[in-house]
Design a protein around this ligand. Sequence first.
Ligand code: PHE
Length: 352
Amino acid sequence: MHDRRDEFLAAIDAAHDLAALSALESSLLGKSGEVTELVKGVSRLPKEERPAAGRAANELKLALEARFAARRAALEAQALDAALSADDFDPSEPPLVAAAAAGVRVPVPRRRGTLHPITIVRNQLVDLFTSLGFTWQDGPEIETDWFNFAALNIPADHPARDTQDTFWLDDGNLLRTHTSPVQIRSMQRFAPPLKVIVPGRCFRAETVDASHEHSFYQMEGLVVDEGVSTANLIHTMKTCLRVILERDVKVRLRPGFFPFVEPGFELDVNCPFCNGKGCSVCKHSGWIEILPCGMVHPNVLRAGGIDPERYTGFAFGMGLQRVVMLRYGIDDIRLFMGGDLRFLSQFDGVTR
Ligand code: PHE
């Protein structure tokens, strides 16, 4: 019978739709199918013929099963393609429904998604800071003027408000322009010693280009205790950059102005692309501005209900996109929100 092998295989390849394929499958491999009968018949052969005949029958059965599976996958893909390009195709219909309507058993290839690069770096930062005793705090994306500005020592007429390009809502609230309002919320909630990080989304009315987005991610950090100093700040920042950039980094502090810190700094890192020699990424300066930070202003401690005579603190506000761009050598911030799978699938394999 296995001289009919080629005939069977050709019949499988010729099955023109899923129904024809299933009918052929049961006529060959079903309960009383031709090939099934053949396998059963082996036991009725003379003893000395059984081993060879049994092997041959089994091989035939396996070959046919494999060919059925391949043909079915091809027909399913065709059916799905046809369903997706049909005139009445409804793109809002869930893929499983579309596949079922096309008579497809295994709907779409099951491809696992990947973590977004911002999530990957955020998780790494959260792991690091929680290992240092920080807790993760969340705050609302819709904030009041008081939390976003006034409590952070930015009064109504302060010029610093202009640099924040705020999205205002009709009810007088706003989309938070930074994660700093959660400094105040955390101080109201916990007594010192206080160590929190706040990863979260922020919004500014920016014109979008290669380095600006209207929605972006920051990670705020706040430490308040007795005797907290600038040395603690620098050490924490260096540790953090070393973990994220996976190398020892040189940093420098420049004065930076933010009304909620005094003194305030811009922390620069020695350009990891050229080791400080100067390249296009660092605009030939050898340094990359990465982390605004500073010692918490006494007015801010007061707004959070903490006595500035007794406690001091430091705070930082890391732009997560910026860190991710540095870490992976990404040169256009628009890629993060663009949804292009060719970009996103490059981060396959990172599971946390
Ligand atoms: N909130 C500031 C910003 O968005 C960053 C910052 C945070 C600066 C904490 C100093 C201390 O630009």
